[in-house]
Design a protein around this ligand. Structure first.
Ligand code: NAD
Ligand code: MN
Length: 345
């Protein structure tokens, strides 16, 4: 690549405070990556209120020309609003971002110690109950709500492969399939069986990966009791959604946890937190989740070394504990934290 074209979609609330910080970090990386070229784009609730669409067509078209993107956060209305639908969900579909990848890592007090939590949740992003085929029928028992839960072999295989690939890049190289196939024998059974097949179809590529599996409820229990047993967890959409938020709770603030939405051709970094209306405009949003999301985006684009540099710089700032935003018990601003990270870089 001559340059790295990156779409920037701050969207709503503190998205507009943390995405510019992530941009500054990418600009500071220097020659480890092709010169980044940023494309500012619109999406979210505010643009919906103004223009009647939460995801303008121009945004989608522009993203198709980009190598990757960073998304801030959207403020979704809690009531149903005619014409509004989540731009994130639509983008995942439009760009075929079939995986949501969420590393959850605690920062150890001593840089030589292993972190207590160091795992990645790989969530299938396109199907399961989120196909949103819901139906309300009237039966003799009154109203009855039904939903379709879709699991396909194709989607299970590609998410499984993504999990194996991520495991290959990690020291422990372990994948845990999370499922409930003791009850949902057909749907979760297909998910589990398909992923179990992957190593034997890989010409030895995944021979070094250890494959485990766990029923979802006990997986959550063990995640809280002994998070260190997990490395890469792969799950269908709904379990993955819950698991990834639960795992994020293990490391303290939402302001720390990054994610990417990834497909085979595109990757979009996105901090896990929302638009945080309670602190919007105060300049105290923690930019670390967004900065780590930028690092994760680089990693998925094949730039592991600069991604690692960013993560180490962030770790140092957290470890020293001198410059922290209020969510971590500090008194510093978004800009203070950004500048501390830039200095470590
Ligand atoms: P939230 O993540 O916005 O905030 C939860 C709490 O965490 C708040 O107290 C907030 O101040 C704090 N927080 C979050 N990020 C922080 C950061 N970077 N630094 C410091 N503190 C931070 O969740 P919410 O309050 O439930 O939702 C607010 C809005 O965001 C809603 O409209 C919701 O729909 C939306 N939301 C969007 C996303 C997304 O875009 N992916 C995710 C969750 C919620
Ligand atoms: Mn969620």
């Amino acid at each position: 690549r001559q340059s790295l074209k990156i779409g920037l979609i701050p969207a709503d609330g503190i998205g507009k405070e943390v995405i510019p910080a992530a941009r500054r970090v990418l600009e500071a990386i220097g020659s480890d990556i092709p010169k980044p070229e940023f494309v500012p784009l619109l999406a979210g609730w505010e643009v919906f209120v103004r223009d009647g669409t939460a995801l303008p067509e121009e945004t989608v078209e522009a993203l198709r020309e980009c190598d990757g993107a960073l998304f801030g956060a959207v403020s979704s209305p809690s009531r149903r609003v005619t014409g509004y639908s989540s731009p994130i969900v639509a983008l995942r579909k439009e760009l075929d971002l079939y995986a949501n990848v969420r590393p959850v890592i605690s920062v150890s007090a001593n840089p030589d110690d292993k972190p207590a939590v160091d795992l990645v949740v790989v969530r299938e992003n396109t199907e399961c109950l989120y196909v949103k085929q819901e139906q309300l029928v009237h039966s003799e028992n009154g109203r009855e709500a039904r939903a379709i839960r879709l699991i396909t072999e194709r989607a299970s295989r590609r998410i499984g492969k993504m999990a194996f690939e991520i495991a290959l890049s990690r020291p422990r190289k372990q994948v845990t399939i999370v499922h409930k196939s003791n009850v949902l024998t057909i749907t979760d059974g297909l998910f589990r069986e398909t992923i179990r097949q992957i190593p034997s179809e890989s010409n030895g590529r995944y021979d070094s990966v250890k494959l485990e599996e766990q029923i979802v409820d006990s997986a959550v229990y063990r995640l809280f009791r002994e998070p260190q047993i997990y490395d890469v967890m792969v799950a269908p959409n709904l379990y993955g959604d819950i698991l990834s938020d639960a795992a994020a709770a293990l490391v303290g603030s939402l302001g720390l946890v990054p994610s990417v939405n990834a497909g085979d051709k595109f990757v979009m970094g996105e901090p896990v937190h929302g638009s945080a209306p309670d602190i919007e405009g105060k300049g105290i949003a923690n930019p670390i989740a967004a900065i780590r999301s930028a690092a994760l985006m680089l990693r998925h684009l094949g730039y592991a070394a600069p991604a690692h540099r960013i993560d180490r710089a962030v770790d140092q700032v957290i470890r020293e504990g001198q410059v922290l935003t209020p969510d971590l018990g500090g008194k510093s601003s978004t800009d203070d934290v950004l500048n501390a990270v830039l200095k470590k870089l």
